[in-house]
Design a protein around this ligand. Structure first.
Ligand code: FES
Length: 161
């Protein structure tokens, strides 16, 4: 499976909404990423044009903020917490289990674009440490077994859209 094709009409529509908007760069990048799952490199030039700023500035912002990605991500993005509260409750074994199950390292996406693996400094769910997220869903009080069950649920829904 390939990442979603970039619908240039849709992309230009989103960019058009922010044309000449002062301080529009971050919200525009967020809107683009929300739609496509990442900031397609081909969107850099038209964004710069619409906001009247150099492409290097757009590129710089996308590269600087960890929340933006220039590469397509998987349908399911797993974010495993590497914060202190999770670490002391065995976060390391959670991360190892995820890596082993998905055969991915941090920052990688599976070849079929089903899964991406990331780590974050804190998910804000320390009270249920160790924790991880799959897209916007939280999973807490994890164990290696639970991790396998959670990932298994998403593997079963492959192809469901
Ligand atoms: S340290 Fe893991 S959620 Fe806060």
């Amino acid at each position: 499976m390939k990442p979603k094709e970039i619908d240039m009409v849709k992309l230009r529509g989103i960019i058009g909404e922010y044309k000449d908007v002062k301080w529009g760069l971050i919200p525009l990048l967020q809107a683009v990423q929300e739609e496509f799952g990442y900031v397609p490199p081909e969107s850099i030039e038209p964004i710069a044009e619409a906001l009247n700023i150099p492409p290097s500035e757009v590129q710089g912002v996308v590269t600087f903020y960890a929340g933006f990605s220039l590469k397509p991500k998987g349908k399911y993005v797993l974010r495993v917490c590497r914060g202190t509260a999770c670490h002391v409750k065995g976060g390391q074994s959670i991360l190892s289990s995820v890596k082993k199950h998905l055969h991915l390292e941090e920052g990688e996406t599976s070849e079929d674009f089903q899964f991406s693996l990331e780590t974050v400094a804190c998910l804000g769910a320390c009270f249920v440490a160790p924790a991880m997220m799959v897209n916007r869903t939280y999973f807490g009080k994890l164990s290696p077994d639970k991790v396998n069950n959670v990932i298994g649920q998403y593997e079963k829904t492959e192809g469901d859209g």
